[in-house]
Design a protein around this ligand. Structure first.
Ligand code: ATP
Ligand code: MG
Length: 258
């Protein structure tokens, strides 16, 4: 599946986006292509506009100008073709884990028994079996993040918008999630847009990495790491090519970070 995708087969196109919040200019002429079947990471300094860009692609926030196209169609609001894993979890505090995970399906009018069966499957996949009836305040940050992840995966959207989805879990769990994510990228022809602050994570999981300028942000450089996914995480850590690419990204980011 992946071998047939090309750069021109973009599921998501971001074209000349400008976004201001009052006097704060967040994005200035941001353009980027997100090919189907691939994972694109956004790497850039805190406050540069990564979450803003994801929200605009999700249709949750309007741009001042520019266009987002999903399969060639301009985005005019949220849609079932896109699922969002929020940086701050965005769980319903009054609802159980099961209901939170099933919530995206509830919005899509999937019948209760069917959506609960699907939700249970994804709850188990993210390692939360047994916590179906717990409430968000009873969970740790990492567990809440997993609920958000299970909810996004359960709706089976074509485009997955993931805002630092692994930031609150421990290193071991993060490793497992990275491997699970790579399994999804390999097996499902979806478009993954992934925000991370970890250069190493970006190099390991990405088909392409967009390095963003500080605010007002646009793309500074797109890097395409190759060949790291099939190696074990432990062996790539000592791989000279891997170290080169990590250095190159550091150098690129260091130019802008004072
Ligand atoms: N609702 C808002 N109202 C006003 N300003 C906002 C709002 N949301 C974001 N901003 C501003 O826009 C800029 C970009 O914010 P955004 O959250 O997109 O950055 P980010 O790259 O996701 O940062 P981080 O890596 O810290 O999550 C920041 O300067 C922020 O202060
Ligand atoms: Mg953010």
């Amino acid at each position: 599946m992946n071998s047939t995708t090309s750069q021109t087969d973009s599921a998501v196109s971001v074209r000349n986006i400008y976004k201001n919040y009052g006097d704060v200019e967040a994005l200035r002429d941001m353009s980027l292509e997100f090919p189907r079947g691939q994972l694109t990471s956004l790497l850039g300094p805190s406050g540069c506009g990564k979450t803003t860009l994801l929200k605009i692609v999700a249709g949750l926030l309007p741009a001042n100008s520019g266009q987002v196209l999903i399969n060639g169609q301009p985005v005019s609001g949220p849609g079932p073709d896109r699922a969002f894993v929020f940086q701050d979890f965005a769980l319903l505090p009054w609802a159980s884990v099961l209901r939170n995970v099933a919530f995206g399906l509830e919005l899509r009018k999937v019948p209760k028994s069917e959506r609960e069966a699907i939700a249970e499957k994804y709850i188990a996949n993210v390692g939360l079996k047994g916590f179906e009836n717990s409430y968000p305040h009873e969970l740790s940050g990492g567990m809440r993040q997993r609920v958000g992840l299970a909810r996004a995966l359960s709706v089976n959207a074509q485009v997955l918008l993931m805002d630092e989805p692994f930031s609150a879990v421990d290193e071991q769990t993060r490793r497992k999630f990275q491997e699970d994510l790579l399994g999804l990228v390999k097996n499902e022809n979806k478009t993954f847009i992934f925000v991370t602050h970890s250069i190493e994570e970006a190099v390991y999981v990405s088909d392409q990495i967009a390095i963003l300028l500080p605010r007002p942000s646009r793309v500074s450089e797109v890097i395409r790491p190759t060949g790291f996914r099939h190696k074990s995480v432990d062996s790539i850590r000592r791989d000279p090519e891997y170290l080169d690419i990590v250095d190159r990204i550091w150098a690129s980011l260091r130019t802008y970070v004072q």
